[in-house]
Design a protein around this ligand. Sequence first.
Ligand code: C2O
Ligand code: CU
Length: 489
Amino acid sequence: FLRGLAAAPIVAAAGCALGQGSSTPKETGMRPLPLPPLAESVVDASGVRQFALVAAPGNSSMLAGKTTATWGYNGSQLGPTIRARRGEQVAFTIQNALPEPTSVHWHGMHVPAEFDGGPHQTIEAGATWKPTWTVKQPAATLWYHPHPHGSTEKHVYRGLAGMFIVDDDESDALGLPNSYGVDDFPVIVADRRFTSDGELDDTDPTDVGLLGDTIVTNGIAGAYLSVSTELVRLRLLNGSSGRLYNFGFADDRDFDVIASDGGLLTEPFAAKRIQLSPGERIEIVVAVQSGETTMLRSYPIDRFGGVEQSDAAAYGLTDSFDILELRSAARLVGSLPLPATLATIDAPNSAAAVVNREFVLQWFMINGVRMDMNRIDFTPTVDTTEVWTVHNKDNWPHNFHVHDTQFQILDIDGSPPPPALAGWKDTVYTPPGQRIRLALRFSEYTDPTFPYMYHCHLLLHEDKGMMGQFLVLAPGQKAEPMTMDMPMD
Ligand code: C2O
Ligand code: CU
C-alpha cells in the first residue's frame, strides 16, 4: 500500500449494487481511495505555522499487485494536504532528498516572488529551502508541485504533487461539507502509462505531452470511495501533464459546482459535466442516496476542445475513463443544504485597466519567444489592473496559467464566461483559434530581483519554453533581475 497515505475511512456499503452504471476496472478488484494525510504543523512562539516537507524517491502500489518507483513528499508519492487559514503566516522547511534539483511551487497562491518556488528557486539535491509568507487570499483549493526549469513534467509525472487548502471564516460559516476525509475529499486525477513490469513509462510524449492510458486517482488505479453523508464535497485537481478531463457521473446525475481555482463561486450551479485542463481545480458537491454506487467518469471533451476532429484522438480528447466509484453507506448522516450564495467576488475593474497585453500561444512559444530565465518579459505596476488577451494560434490544446494572482475571465471570443469560468481562476483552457480576455490585479510583493511566471500548464509545453516572466514593481521602481545559468539547451 502507499506509504504515507492512509486509506479513507471505510464505511460498510450494505446492499450496494456493485458495478451498476459503471465499467469494470482493468485491475483485479478496486481499492479504497488513498486519502493524503493532513500535513502536520506546529505553531511557533511567534504564531508562525511551521510545516516540513521532504521530497524523496519511494515505491508505490499504483496498480494492484505491482510496485512502481515513484517520487513523493513525506511519502512515496503525492504529498500531504497542507491546510492553513487566511491571515496566518506559514513557513516550510523543504528538504530535497531526490537525486537531482527540484523546486516547490505554490500553484494559485499569492506568495512573495522569492518564495514562489518557480525555476529561480531551485533546491539542489541534498539541500533545504525555507519559504515563508502570510496567506492573504480567500478559502480555496490550491496545490503544490515542482517547477524546475525544463523538467517539471518529469517531476510531476514521478508523483510530486499535493493539495494546499486555504480556509477562512466566511467559508467556514457556510455549512459546506468540510470535514476532511469524512464529507470533504481531495481528488487528484492524473494519467499514467506503465511498462509491463509496472514502472512509469515516460517515453514517447505526444504533442500535448505524456498521455497515459491508465487513470490514477490520489495515486492508484481503480479507486473507490466509501461515503457516509448525504452531501459529498470533492475537490478535483487535474494533476495530469497534458490530458483534459470532462468529469461527470455515469448515471448523469446533477452535481453542484461551488468553487473554481481561486475559491468559492458567487453561487452554486448545477451541472452534469465539468471540464478541467491541466493544473485547474473545481470543487463539486454531489448528493448520494443510501446504499447506492455511482461512478465518477471522464467523458470525451465537448467539441474535442476546439481541436480538429481528426487530431482529437491523438491528444486524448476522445477518451473516457472511470475516475472514482462512490459507494454510499446503508445509512447516511444528514448534511446541511447548500447555501444559495457562497461568496462575494471583488472583481478587478477592467474599465480602469492601465495596460493591455497580448499573448500569442504558438509553436511552443509565447509571442514568438521561448522562456529565458534572464529575460523579463514585462513589469506590471503594483496595485493596477491589466487586461490580457490570450490567443491560441495553434490547432492543438494549450492553457494559460499566471503566478502570483487570481484573474477574472472577461470574455471568450467576445462571449461572457460560462458559470464554471466566472469565479477566480489562475489557469484557463485556451481552445485553438480563440481569444480569451483576462482581468488581473497585482496587489503587492514588489521584489525587483525575482520574477513570477506565466505559462502553458501542459507540462511538456512549459518545459519546452512556453513560459515567460514578469516582475511586479512599485511605480518608478527599476527591475534588477538576477542573472541565471540556463540549464536548458
Ligand atoms: Cu502549476 Cu507555474 O505552475
Ligand atoms: Cu501548451
